[in-house]
Design a protein around this ligand. Structure first.
Ligand SMILES: [Zn+2]
Length: 441
């Protein structure tokens, strides 16, 4: 049994209750026991002074690649879950494109059990849409859900067969789960390695046009309207995709969407110098695309932020640009990048940011969390919204270091993360050296 904890006099931000106030938060028996002014805790409670810090529902990431099974040198379920809590995430959804893929009930059960065993962030498996991610035969969706899958996806690859995509959107309704779509027309993206535009021309690299995403998003949206299934579009990166999603939502289509911190923060200019840490799929786009994606997030056309955390080994990213793998890690930089890009710039207040990083993802995936209402799981992030810090990949808990934000100043840093009322990440010690300590009542 975990000892009760009282987080005293923090700035409690909980969009689910429209709260942004200096309050106490009491956590007892893995649940939120109360939020209010000057709470008197039960005997034996650990009292932590969090004045000056934000206390919010733990962040939730719908889109994470853990590399277990198959590539444990890049990331394991445990190392990824540990990186998650260091970044303030209390729940993460693990994509199925491992080796072998998560396409049967035993594999789903393995991911769930390993996540529980690690004891950091909660790990929710995403099951594969197709057997072996081959895009041919649909998986036993019901059995995957029974073992704990919260969604299905072939992420990393699109479901190119429109008939299969239609059937998935029909099946998932029976189990009330979303279909997470990696929307890409492979014929259009071809052998491209970065965004198609003036920068790819200047660098002499093969481009991936916006149309590769726009066409696929349009198809999936049409199928979502046809079937009534819940379509969630992963990593939106183009202004065209934004327009299509806006239109289908305005007609009442059951479509949700996410954007990554890197697509909100960086353009394809970051690729100059053939920097492989700026190589991802979908690629970093033009300034006009970044601006459209940001506007869509503010407007609510894009519902949430997800990292697409994609660990790769140093040696793989050291290869020539053409041969290097796509993807970057994101769990430990997401909050700092988002506060810098969205809050410091005045586009968002912190309440809106927590909405997009916690409440909305919980709603989309239908998982617990995203609220500090009484009785909710005691999944909490405590962070300093103003702390400026330099991103040093060598300090990551993730086993991989591939980030385009290395050496940059980020704003907003996690001080403490609690999952089920248990502190699973704690930097308060460093902070306390300058302030008051923990008192025990
Ligand atoms: Zn993807």
């Amino acid at each position: 049994m975990t000892r009760p904890i009282l987080l005293r006099r923090g700035r409690v931000i909980d969009p689910s209750q429209r709260l942004d106030e200096r309050l106490d938060l009491l956590l007892v028996d893995a649940r939120v026991a109360g939020v209010g002014r000057d709470l008197s805790p039960p005997e034996g409670t650990a009292v932590v002074d969090v004045s000056g810090l934000v206390v919010a529902p733990g962040l939730i990431d719908l889109h994470v690649h853990l590399r277990e099974p198959g590539d444990e040198h890049k990331e394991t379920i445990a190392s990824g879950a540990r990186a998650a809590v260091a970044g303030g995430f209390t729940s993460i959804c693990a994509m199925p494109n491992t080796r072998p893929p998560i396409d049967d009930p035993a594999a789903v059960g393995f991911v769930r059990a390993e996540g529980e065993r690690a004891g950091f962030a909660r790990v929710y498996p995403v099951g594969a849409v197709s057997v072996g991610l081959k895009g041919e035969e649909i998986t036993e969706v019901g059995e995957l859900v029974a073992e704990g899958a919260i969604a299905v996806s072939d992420d990393g690859r699109p479901v190119w067969d429109s008939g299969l995509a239609r059937r998935v959107l029909e099946y998932t309704q029976a189990f009330d789960i979303p279909y997470f779509s990696h929307a890409e027309d492979l014929g259009l993206s071809g052998n491209g390695v970065m965004n198609e535009g003036p920068v790819s021309t200047a660098l002499g690299l093969r481009g991936i046009p916006n149309a590769a995403e726009d066409v696929a998003v349009a198809r999936d949206c049409i199928l979502a309207e046809l079937t009534g299934g819940h379509l969630h579009i992963l990593h939106v990166s183009t202004r065209g995709a934004v327009e299509i999603i806006r239109a289908v939502k305005s007609r009442g289509g059951r479509v949700t969407a996410e954007a990554t911190p890197h697509h909100l923060a960086l353009t394809d200019e970051a690729v100059r110098g053939y920097r492989t840490e700026a190589k991802m799929n979908p690629p970093l786009r033009s300034a006009a695309d970044v601006s459209a994606v940001r506007d869509a997030l503010v407007e609510g056309v894009i519902d949430c932020i997800a990292t697409d955390h994609a660990p790769h080994h140093y040696e793989d990213k050291e290869r020539e640009f053409d041969d290097a793998p796509f993807g970057i890690v994101g769990l430990e930089t997401a909050l700092g990048v988002c506060v810098r890009e969205l809050v410091v710039s005045g586009r968002f207040d912190l309440l809106e940011l927590i909405q997009r990083l916690s409440c909305q993802p919980a709603r989309i995936a239908g998982i617990p969390g995203g609220t500090l209402a009484e009785g909710a799981p005691a999944d909490v992030v405590v962070f300093d919204p103003e702390e400026r810090w330099i991103c040093r990949p060598e300090e990551f808990k993730s086993l991989s270091r591939n980030t385009p934000f290395a050496g940059q100043e980020l704003v907003g840093r996690v001080a403490m993360t609690l999952v089920g009322g248990r502190p699973v990440f704690d930097r308060m010690g460093d902070r306390r050296a300058a302030t008051a300590g923990v008192e025990v009542s």
